[in-house]
Design a protein around this ligand. Structure first.
Ligand SMILES: *Cc1c(COP(=O)(O)O)cnc(C)c1O
Length: 283
């Protein structure tokens, strides 16, 4: 099923399978569309603690109640950039009641080419126990503005989503752009390579700065952790960088107020970003 971004599919899944009194479960620093859409249907968002900013299958399973209807795992997750391996995701599915829908949000799957223990979730969908995989053209394809996402789901779930979505949810120019993008392997490969190289370089550069930590990431962004002191913290860094024309992302709403999320751009853009960070630290 295609949607106006995977965000629309997330919203449709929640509208289809959760309502007032029900619980939708996701991990502590999980993608914010899950609680936003959950509140929109009058259901209750429930979080499970993470370990080292990584989804914990044990914590998710422990947080399941009779009211749990859907479990969301962004894998890799935004904004943490961490992932759980195929065996862990299977262990999660096996530990959930069969009537709970597991949504594997694989928005960054294309960036995971080097990770042999990773799976985007298609096998679990095929295994037929109420698992859905969502994907998007917004990340590796760089087409966030055309609004195109898709999900792979068991037939009965796909049928429900087809009935719930607006009949013309994906515009024709968007469909054409998506089809063209699917043929552009060269662009995808170049992006994967560029992201891997530039992310590693950027992390090394930031980690060489006293007091800052650039956390490992499997996405196309890095979390930079700042000291807690006023004037040196993430809020101050954000204001300083914004004034230089560099736009990081504050992620206090994700429970990570001491960090900024920085997207990987061109090498030139990352050099400008790095200079802004250095100027902030040395000012
Ligand atoms: C970006 C993102 C999405 C949604 O992207 P769309 O633009 O709506 O397709 C979903 N999940 C995660 C984890 C994301 O980072």
């Amino acid at each position: 099923v295609c949607g106006a971004g995977s965000d629309e599919l997330i919203t449709l899944l929640i509208r289809a399978y959760a309502g007032p009194g029900d619980e939708v479960l996701y991990s502590q620093h999980g993608f914010l569309m899950y609680p936003i859409a959950t509140k929109g249907v009058g259901a209750v968002p429930v979080t499970a603690a993470e370990t080292n900013m990584t989804t914990s299958v044990d914590a998710l399973l422990a947080a399941v109640t009779e009211k749990t209807k859907i479990v969301f795992v962004a894998n890799p997750n935004n904004p943490t950039g961490t992932y759980i391996n195929d065996a862990e995701m299977k262990r999660l599915r096996d530990g959930l009641r069969e009537d709970i829908v597991l949504v594997v949000d694989a928005a960054y799957a294309e960036f995971m080419t080097g990770q042999e223990d990773y799976s985007a979730g298609e096998e679990l969908v095929r295994a037929g126990k109420n698992t859905v995989m969502t994907r998007t053209f917004s990340k590796i394809y760089g087409l966030g503005g055309i609004r195109l996402g898709w999900c792979y789901a068991p037939v009965d779930i796909a049928d429900v989503l087809q009935r719930l979505r607006n009949p013309f949810n994906v515009a024709l120019p968007t469909q054409e752009a998506g089809l063209a993008a699917l043929d552009d392997d060269e662009f995808v490969n170049a992006c994967v390579r560029h992201n891997a190289e530039t992310l590693a370089w950027f992390r090394d550069q930031v980690n060489a700065i006293d007091g800052l930590i650039a956390h490992p990431s499997y996405g196309n962004f890095v979390l930079v952790e700042f000291p807690k002191e006023e004037g040196k913290n993430a809020d101050a860094a954000n204001d300083f960088m914004m004034a230089q024309g560099v736009i990081p992302r504050k992620i206090g709403a994700y429970g990570l107020p001491q960090m900024l999320r920085i997207s990987i751009g061109t090498k030139e853009e990352m050099e400008i970003c790095l200079k802004a960070i250095k100027d902030f630290v040395n000012r």
